[in-house]
Design a protein around this ligand. Structure first.
Ligand code: ZN
Length: 450
């Protein structure tokens, strides 16, 4: 008996030891010079700025819906009791963002793009996690070690922190440190988001599924705004599923039942009125688009190409397309859509009928590109040789999304058995000389098996 009890006890110990190893990883905010109160203050000041520049949807029912959804999520202990607030803004780009301290904005484009309430809740839970883990002010702290302590001490006297941050060059624009997260921050926001969603009764896999769907479409530019501030940490569905295994069994609760209605409201809204000036992902490039002289290899699904080290790759999930661009070259155009002002795109499309015909399929492609870009003009199109094979090079011009610039788009097309492969090199006219050598290096490095 004694012996049996002993064995049972040791089995118990083994069991609890293995549970301990598989406990959910502890997630804590990192280094930060701001206090939590200062997170709240800076978020409120920045939100007032955003409200001036974006169009808040004037529909109480829709606002009540997103608040209801938000409340279900941020009332979970993992959200760390910040004074969260959310508003829907009339914006067609698929995005949502959260400022420090819990000021959240959800684009109507996200409501349109989500397949179900779980996906919408998923993005919000991910954003809430950035707030709770204080990723925004963590990054600002790390980047401004010298100036910040004195500045934040001064703000105790009632000065606006936001005003001072803008003097440090930290805005709410394209490259704002407050909203541009690292891959590690993304991974942690997915994990904490998973815990929040599970407790609130949503299936966390929907969050990962939505991000993957968005990624798959990002070659078309639809999800670029989101991914330019939230880089894909990779293997999202798997990571979420592994995390779910470590959590107590979920307690499913009914959805609000108002998701379809919210979509209907969005459908009937007028087109966005205000031109966003400084919404995240928009505005003038605050950084440099100039490519560095150092290159690194990028492997796509069917090609490899070298990219300048300071230009990032935004691949689509299927690997069929990639946009390689400097962050400062990705901006929001006047219609609120994300546009590439400088960059190198690789993509592939099926032949219009049966086998690829280089001339016919190129003409069809160029027609499509011209039709979908306002005021784009075809300047010239001619056959050329590249590595011993025939290619077509087409030069297009259009108004650049970068202020006051004309854009030059050079399209190169290649016939492959799998379809028409095309490369688009995008540059503002004034930077053509700076970018051309990099484009040349990229073209020379391009491996495009037949
Ligand atoms: Zn994120």
């Amino acid at each position: 008996m004694k012996r049996a009890a002993c064995t049972a006890l040791s089995l118990l110990l083994i069991a609890s030891a293995s549970v301990a190893q598989n406990k959910p990883r502890q997630l804590k905010p990192g280094f930060n010079l701001f206090s939590k109160e200062q997170d709240v203050q800076v978020g409120k000041e920045a939100a007032a700025e955003v409200e001036k520049q974006m169009e808040i949807v004037k529909n109480d029912q829709l606002q009540a819906y997103v608040r209801k959804l938000g409340t279900r999520l941020w009332s979970q202990p993992e959200a760390d009791k910040y004074p969260y607030e959310i508003r829907a803004v009339n914006e067609s780009a698929i995005n949502a963002f959260a400022l420090p301290g819990g000021q959240m904005f959800v684009h109507t484009g996200l409501i349109t793009a989500a397949d179900n309430e779980g996906q919408l809740a998923g993005v919000l839970a991910h954003e809430i996690s950035h707030v709770a883990l204080r990723h925004g002010t963590n990054q600002v702290s790390k980047a401004n070690l010298i100036q910040l302590p004195a500045m934040l001490a001064g703000s105790l006297a009632g000065q606006s922190i936001w005003g001072q941050l803008t003097q440090l060059g930290i805005g709410i624009g394209a490259n704002s440190l407050l909203l541009k997260y690292s891959r590690n921050a993304e991974r942690d926001a997915d994990l904490l988001g998973t815990r929040i969603l599970a407790k609130a009764g949503y299936d966390p896999v929907e969050m990962a599924r939505f991000f993957e769907k968005l990624e798959a479409e990002s070659g078309s530019g639809r999800g670029l705004q989101f991914f330019s501030s939230h880089p894909n940490p990779g293997n999202r569905v798997k990571a979420v599923q592994a995390e779910i295994q470590l959590l107590p069994p979920p307690r499913p609760s009914p959805e609000t039942g108002q998701f379809a209605q919210a979509k209907e409201i969005v459908k009937k809204l007028p087109a966005p009125k205000k031109v966003p000036q400084a919404a995240p992902g928009s505005g003038q490039p605050s950084g440099d688009i100039k490519p560095s002289a150092r290159f690194t290899e990028y492997r796509g699904g069917f090609f490899t190409v070298s990219r300048p080290e300071n230009w990032e790759a935004f691949p689509s999930q299927d690997g069929k397309s990639v946009t390689i661009a400097p962050r400062a070259g990705i901006v929001q155009d006047q219609g609120g859509q994300v546009a590439i002002g400088a960059g190198f795109l690789v993509n592939q499309r099926d032949a219009s009928s049966g086998r690829v015909d280089l001339r016919r399929d190129t003409d069809a492609l160029i027609k499509e590109i011209v039709a979908s870009n306002r005021d784009m003009k075809l300047e010239q199109s001619s056959s050329s040789r590249w590595n011993g094979e025939e290619v077509i090079i087409t030069r297009l011009t259009s108004p650049s999304p970068l202020k006051g610039e004309t854009e030059i788009d050079t399209v190169m097309t290649f016939a492959r058995s799998s379809g028409l492969v095309f490369i688009i090199m995008v540059t503002p006219q004034s930077a053509e000389r700076d970018l051309q050598p990099a484009f040349d290096t990229m073209l020379r490095s391009l491996q495009l098996p037949r």
